[in-house]
Design a protein around this ligand. Structure first.
Ligand code: NAP
Length: 509
């Protein structure tokens, strides 16, 4: 497998290195509170690492609980005025943000690749996807309506209105440093909510650059505040239990999400949870196998497998399993491993040593139970956290790799004999985020889509994320939807007014 190392860098990397230093100098390194960049209140800092080298990219301010309180002060002070702005004003700010992000796509893609590790081409894809939430919600901002109805008794008139829920805390993960933010910020701005954002401590640079872009796009002071921190629990808990906060939206792992749901109970907060996944990828005997392999590469290898929607378990009909595994192993073995910003690299490093260790353990557990390695299965020595793209065949029921979220470039393949068995095995997980199926039968498409207990299903396609679609899960994958017209619902309260038109005004007597 081709591998670029720090000892033999890709020549284009050195060229890119010049731009990188300039870019890193331009990224704000403070906390962003009330429209002002400032240092952390106790001057503490957080080192942001490049997972391809293990070296520090830059040190930034690490917010304290005091900074968190100041951010919520600012969001609370701005809330009423912001809620009253014209929807068209908010729409045009979002449109401007979409345009600026599109103009600066290369800078954002480079930052994402540097701090998160994904190949530059995929980082560009994240910028396009992330910007789309600004465009989509700029269009939705002017369509937040209510309804008018006559009550069944013919007397009361029912008027409903949808009003911004208020100051919102947004906690985002490291795997999509831009898009997991814009998917929340877009609808919050459209609805008229103010916000405090805590990006992941491993990838805060993209969000800091985005905050500056949103300021330039016209987001007023206090509406959007960003507080990266290396002490997440200590800074977030006082905010979640502060009565001024009205909503918590979280994207991250299921264990942390459960902890935050518990914390949010005291203030009966509105909560949205985008949590972990364990996506099945079903290949039926009537599937186009080449298309299924193309889809498998996308569903498995986007983000090196570090995606909540990543195909985690491949269930393939026994009559085509050998051929599917051969084709997939062939494609996986041709992937090019290296630092994401290098030309030609298709697989970057994993986020850190702990994540790579977990992936290696899952593979070891599977092989100790009888699985075979068709390709990969190796921790790569040297700087950075690389793991080779891996295909496992004959994976036995009970293997941890079929139960846990892998978050790495490993495709475990198991077989099934009929449709009922495939569905039962796919649903045999506490997660319910994404599922994929390849079949050429329309009736099977309908049966399988209805039977799978997942919030999002891709039929004959390996990517399902789309700003126009409602993104979200069931069961331990969480609740709430981001994107689509459903995305606005998470940021509004529905208020109902009952009016009796038969009560005459005093002045008209
Ligand atoms: P994570 O460890 O749960 O962290 C997510 C965020 O929560 C980070 O900002 C993290 O901050 C913060 N956090 C951690 N402990 C906290 C606490 N006690 N109080 C408040 N905040 C806390 O998840 P991750 O490793 O970053 O992301 C990977 C997970 O996200 C996977 O399970 C993946 O499936 C899931 N994910 C889900 C979706 C979806 O839409 N369903 C999308 C993307 C990712 P620190 O960085 O400081 O730890």
């Amino acid at each position: 497998m081709p591998l670029y190392t720090q000892e033999s860098p890709n020549p284009s990397h050195q060229q890119a290195g010049l731009d990188v230093e300039q870019l890193l100098r331009r990224v704000p390194t403070g906390v962003f509170v009330g429209g002002i960049w400032r240092d952390s209140s106790d001057a503490s800092t957080l080192a942001v690492e490049n997972p391809a080298t293990g070296r520090t990219l830059v040190d930034i301010a690490s917010a304290t609980a005091r900074d968190g309180a100041l951010a919520l002060d600012a969001a609370t002070a701005a809330a009423r005025g912001w809620a009253r702005t014209a929807p068209r004003t908010r729409a045009e700010i979002l449109r401007r943000a979409f345009e600026l992000l599109t103009e600066r796509a290369e800078d954002f893609a480079t930052l994402i690749s540097l701090e998160m590790g994904k190949p530059l081409a995929q980082a560009r894809g994240e910028v396009t996807y992330g910007a789309e939430f600004f465009r989509w919600f700029s269009e939705e901002a002017v369509r937040i309506d209510g309804r008018w109805a006559v009550a069944p008794d013919g007397r009361t008139r029912l008027l409903t209105m949808r009003q911004p829920v208020g100051p919102t805390l947004m906690i985002t993960p490291w795997n999509f440093p831009l898009a997991m933010g814009t998917r929340k910020i877009g609808p919050a701005i459209a609805a008229g909510c103010t916000m405090v954002i805590k990006p992941a401590s491993q990838t805060p640079l993209t969000m800091l650059a985005l905050a500056d872009l949103l300021r330039e796009a016209g987001v007023p002071a206090g509406v959007l505040n960003v507080i990266p921190t290396k002490t997440s629990g200590a800074v977030m808990t006082p905010l979640i239990t502060d009565p001024r906060l009205r909503k918590l939206t979280f994207t991250g792992s299921t264990p942390v999400g459960k902890n935050l749901i518990r914390q949010s109970a005291d203030q009966v907060l509105r909560v949205s949870m985008e949590l972990g996944g364990n996506a099945p990828f079903l290949v039926f005997d009537d599937a186009d196998l080449d298309a299924a392999v193309d889809g498998a590469m996308l569903a498995k290898m986007r983000n090196m497998g570090e995606a909540c929607t990543a195909a985690n378990r491949f269930f393939v009909h026994e009559s085509v399993a050998t051929e599917f595994a051969r084709l997939l192993a062939d494609r996986m073995s041709k992937e090019v491993l290296g630092p994401g910003i290098d030309d030609g690299v298709t697989v970057g490093p994993l986020i850190d040593a702990k994540q790579r260790g977990k992936v290696a353990e899952l593979v070891d557990d599977a092989t100790s139970r009888g699985a075979d390695i068709a390709t990969g299965g190796t921790v790569v020595d040297g700087p950075g956290y690389f793991y080779t793209p891996t295909v496992l065949t004959n994976v036995q029921p009970g293997s941890a790799v079929l139960r846990e979220e892998i978050f790495g470039p490993v495709a475990p393949i198991a077989t099934f004999t009929n449709e009922d068995e495939a569905i039962a095995r796919a649903n045999d997980t506490e997660y319910g985020l994404a599922a994929y199926a390849y079949t050429s039968s329309t009736s099977r498409t309908i049966r399988v889509s209805e039977a799978l207990d997942f919030g999002m299903i891709g039929i004959n396609q390996g990517i399902i994320s789309n700003a126009a679609a409602p993104f979200g899960g069931m069961k331990h994958s969480g609740f709430g939807r981001e994107g689509g017209y459903e995305g606005i619902d998470e940021y509004v309260e529905t208020k109902y007014v009952g009016i009796d038109p038969q009560v005459t005004a005093v002045t008209s007597r």
